[in-house]
Ligand binder design. Structure first.
Ligand code: DAH
Length: 337
């Protein structure tokens, strides 16, 4: 056997292998148990031939190992460049079959935006006020009498002797009137807090929207027309509005507006307790005492105000029987809007 020639053949085959499978084939052919070289090694009789054959075996083995390392690196490089993931690409371009879940607005936000739209359409300014108020703004300047139950820590969350979590957005009326002279047309939207037990319609945190118009010659007709417009924008063009007399410290006269029931169209049904009407909030003509408290002359200026619950409006709008899910972040509820 020509050991030299055999070694050369083996090295050529190894060098020309371009993929690992070809290299393995060459390895089996020249180093395998049935290879010419291995068979010859088994038959060796003299030291000289043995040394030559072993030298050839070693040369071929190290050539295989070196070529194997080369080919493995090349295959890895090829794999890395063909399978590279660009994490900045949109998932669909990466062939991702599962669409990413996309969030959407909370029902409170949806109704809030509708309220804002309706009032912006009337030229009102939207404001956002503080949730922590002093007794002065939450009660005194709104002409709450000393005996009013809302002043009690049983009804209201006190932070200290002088500050509360606001119980209503009405304090915004005072801030708005102190900030600048009339005419004022504003709606303030935000969270309010009350120490209420949870019921289908009550929750210790909720949102209100509070409107205030102060100008010359404002009348109750303006109030009613404004509420009618907004109720129709929120609940549909066929809605009607009526007032029932009521009491609030900061309005005189005070009224509770009702909106005609959307379920029965005013005929009477279980939803409206067979009255045809649904209570929706509070309203009235700004009490002259409140105007005087912010330094406005009640003989020159008059105004109306109203306050309504945002969740209550959403409950009516979307037919939601209880207020609690608005605060629970349960996706089974939120996904429905
Ligand atoms: N602040 C009242 C409440 O939370 C609602 C209210 C009634 C607001 C009459 C007003 C109003 O602006 O004029 O029950």
């Amino acid at each position: 056997m020509d050991t030299q020639a055999l070694q050369q053949d083996a090295l050529d085959a190894i060098a020309s292998a371009t993929v690992l499978a070809d290299l393995d084939e060459a390895r089996v052919k020249y180093l395998g148990r049935k290879s010419e070289l291995k068979l010859a090694l088994r038959e060796v009789r003299d030291r000289e031939t043995g040394m030559a054959l072993n030298a050839a075996r070693e040369a071929i083995e190290s050539a295989v190992a070196a070529r194997q390392a080369e080919l493995e690196r090349a295959e890895l490089d090829a794999k890395l460049s063909s399978e590279r993931v660009d994490v900045t690409l949109p998932a669909e371009l990466l062939g991702d079959v599962h669409p990413r879940p996309r969030g959407h607005l909370h029902p409170t936000t949806l109704i809030r935006r509708d309220v804002e739209d309706a009032f912006i359409g009337l030229g009102y300014e939207i404001r956002d006020d503080r949730e922590v108020e002093t007794l002065e703004y939450n009660f005194d300047k709104l002409a709450f009498p000393e005996w009013h139950p809302a002043r009690s820590p049983r009804d209201t969350y006190f932070l200290d002797a002088n500050r509360v979590l606001r119980t209503e957005t009405s304090a915004s009326q005072i801030h708005a009137m102190e900030e600048r002279k009339p005419p004022i047309y504003m709606v303030s939207i935000g969270r309010v807090y009350r120490r209420d037990a949870i019921t289908p319609t009550r929750f210790p945190i909720f949102h209100q929207f509070e409107g205030l118009a102060v100008d010359r010659h404002i009348t109750m007709a303006d109030l009613k027309g404004t509420l009618l417009h907004v109720m129709r924008a929120l609940f549909g063009e066929e809605r009607r509005v009526r007032f029932r007399t009521h009491y609030f410290p900061f309005t005189e006269p005070s009224m509770e507006p009702d909106v005609s029931c959307g379920v029965c169209g005013g005929e009477g049904c279980a939803t409206c307790k067979w009255s045809g009407w649904i209570e929706i909030g509070g309203s009235g003509m700004v009490d002259p005492q409140v105007l005087a408290n912010v330094g406005l002359d009640p003989d020159e200026w008059s105004g109306f105000a109203f306050g309504l619950g945002l969740e209550r409006a959403a409950q009516l709008r979307y037919d939601i029987p209880i207020i609690r899910p608005f605060w629970e972040n349960d996706l089974r509820f939120l996904r429905q809007f």
